[in-house]
Design a protein around this ligand. Structure first.
Ligand SMILES: N[C@@H](CCC(=O)N[C@@H](CS)C(=O)NCC(=O)O)C(=O)O
Ligand SMILES: [Zn+2]
Ligand SMILES: [Zn+2]
Length: 311
């Protein structure tokens, strides 16, 4: 399966068919024989703060789109709207004004809905860090900032998964509530994206020096529901890390009830995510390295070939 390619649509369609035929995927999970094949069987979730709401919208097999609402002005942004029809429906449900598309990277499973969405909703500003992003109107780079209503958005350039990958850091000025970061395929809960267009050094910079230095309470909203598989790899790297065991048990329970395992926080990621823990002796010893960047390269290579166990 190539990330962002249309090739895997075939398998997604086949799985959707199986779900439609009445095979409830809810009792199973990755590595347990079946998949949550249908995003309609995965529940959405609304994270409500005084100033900002984030609605998690399951898309395709395991992607997420995110609707961000500024409570003060009722202006909204959508992150990676691969399924535009669902976006339009949820915008209508909330009665908000959608003005902004935040595209994390050009892969089809993230940017593939942009062209259709701009036809359905006129006047959208489409942000992204890569000319390969469809319907792009605002090309951004590191530290580019703008507003969505009263919310402040700062672009963080995190090349590696793709060379033009952007994470979006969203804050409400003068608020005591935690910020949010939309990390696409750079940082996942307990994992990171494949290094399709970058190096271990770049991912180190992205995870440790950029995302790792955000407010530790920042909520992490990532591009895919990969948490269980990621934690099984994390457990393989650090078998004695209790934070991994606990998060895995929690994630399995969430998955079985069709609920998202998102968001996490930056502080939490440092406790169980092996790619955020490359400075730890335990992770370095597993990799047979003493340098964090070489450790990053080694564990990414290992995960590329990791066979996820059933339990
Ligand atoms: N291993 C993925 C396979 C799909 C895949 O390659 N996904 C891309 C993003 S579209 C990726 O970077 N995955 C990170 C990883 O496999 O660790 C899974 O858990 O389902
Ligand atoms: Zn991708
Ligand atoms: Zn992806």
């Amino acid at each position: 399966m190539v990330c962002g390619s249309r090739r895997w649509l075939g398998s997604a369609a086949a799985l959707l068919g199986a779900a439609a035929a009445g095979i409830r995927a809810g009792a199973t999970r990755p590595g347990a024989g079946f998949l949550h094949a249908d995003s309609d069987l995965r529940k959405s979730k609304l994270v409500t703060q005084t100033n900002m709401k984030v609605e998690l919208l399951p898309a395709l097999t395991d992607n997420y789109m995110y609707l961000i609402i500024d409570e003060e002005t009722k202006e909204a942004a959508i992150v990676d709207p691969v399924q535009p029809q669902k976006v339009v429906e949820v915008v209508r449900k909330h009665g908000v004004k959608l003005t902004t598309v935040l595209t994390t990277h050009h892969h089809w499973d993230h940017a593939g809905g942009n062209e259709k969405l701009v036809k359905m909703e006129s006047g959208l500003r489409v942000y992204g860090g890569d000319s390969r992003v469809g319907a792009l109107t605002q090309k951004v780079s590191h530290s580019t900032s703008f507003q969505v209503g009263s919310l402040h958005v700062k672009c963080l350039s995190t090349p590696c998964h793709t060379s033009g990958h952007i994470c979006y850091y969203v804050t409400k000025p003068n608020s005591s509530e935690p910020p949010a970061v939309f990390t696409g395929d750079t940082l996942f809960v307990a994992g990171c994206g494949k290094f399709f267009e970058g190096t271990p050094e770049e991912m180190y910079k992205a995870l440790i020096e950029i995302l790792g230095r955000l407010d530790p309470e920042t909520r992490v909203y990532c591009g895919h529901e990969y948490t269980i598989n990621n934690l099984k790899f994390a457990r393989h790297v650090e078998p004695n890390n209790a934070a991994i065991q606990q998060k895995l048990a929690w994630a399995k329970a969430k998955y079985d009830s069709g609920e998202p395992t998102i968001p996490s926080t930056i502080a939490e990621e440092f406790t169980y995510n092996p790619f955020m823990r490359v400075r730890e002796k335990t992770v370095q010893q597993h990799a047979g390295e003493t340098d964090p960047i070489r450790t990053m390269g080694a564990i990414r290579k290992e995960k590329d070939n990791f066979r996820v166990p059933k339990d």
